[in-house]
Design a protein around this ligand. Structure first.
Ligand code: DC
Length: 233
């Protein structure tokens, strides 16, 4: 198992999916789980800041999350919401929702179950999030903490939004990155931080393929599934 943590805009999602494909492993996007619960909260007309009501919605939300790195999908009540959970309103409301300890408890338990199932069925999994190495899977044999400068992360986020047809300016993306960094790092329950034994990788000056090569090497060194030879081909 590989735990990939770090703030948004570090290339985490792209890298995690590609790494999982190279390793023929499963893939779990835990951020998507917080996002789908946030969508359920907004659809219920619940105030994201009302922890009690948010917990109720989280308990009742019927969602599924796919673990195929080639086709990640999220459904709420049977409806595919993979695109909808990336919208600006969800991105704005997800930080208060993910700060609710009961929501985290619920989702962490589910994440551990999914990880166990995929490990039993497929043999390996790459899990990305904010607290994978610290809380969800502290025994993961490889933990990586991805970073990049806020300026670069905002530029990547803005490019991603534009590519997905969402309106985005660099200034808005920078404000959103700064706001989420502040909220995710300062919350009381499982704040974003690197595990003590995580390998830090700054992706500011790296292309995705270079990050992938570095991760494959690390996986090889740890005696995990080895994709280094394939990645450098
Ligand atoms: O990775 P992302 O941007 O899709 O994550 C959405 C939000 O969910 C992010 O602001 C922080 C939260 N999150 C979390 O608290 N813990 C995780 N393991 C993953 C995401």
């Amino acid at each position: 198992m590989v735990a990939l943590d770090g703030p948004s805009g570090t290339g985490k999602t792209t890298v995690a999916r590609k790494l999982a494909q190279r390793l023929s492993a499963g893939y779990l996007d835990t951020g998507a789980m917080y996002r789908v619960v946030t969508l359920a909260v907004l659809r219920a007309g619940t105030d994201p800041a009302d922890a009690g009501a948010v917990t109720e919605v989280a308990r009742g939300a019927e969602f599924t999350i796919g673990t195929d790195p080639g086709r990640p999908s999220v459904a709420l009540g049977g409806e595919d919401v993979s695109a909808e959970i990336r919208g600006a309103d969800i991105t704005h409301a997800v930080s208060p929702v993910s700060a609710v300890p009961q929501v985290r408890e619920l989702l962490v338990a589910r994440q551990r179950r999914i990880i166990d199932e995929v490990l039993a069925e497929v043999g390996g999994i790459v899990v990305e999030g904010r607290d994978i190495g610290t809380v969800v899977a502290p025994d993961a044999p490889l933990k990586v903490y991805l970073t990049a400068s806020p300026e670069i992360r905002a530029a990547r986020r803005s490019a991603q939004d534009t590519a997905a047809g969402r309106e985005s300016s660099h200034a808005d993306a920078r404000a959103s990155v700064d706001r989420r960094d502040r909220l995710d790092s300062s919350r009381a329950a499982s704040p974003l931080r690197a595990a003590e034994d995580a390998v830090h990788l700054d992706t500011s000056e790296l292309e995705i393929d270079q990050v992938l090569v570095a991760l494959c090497e690390l996986a090889g060194h740890r005696g995990l599934l080895d994709c280094a030879a394939e990645a450098t081909r």
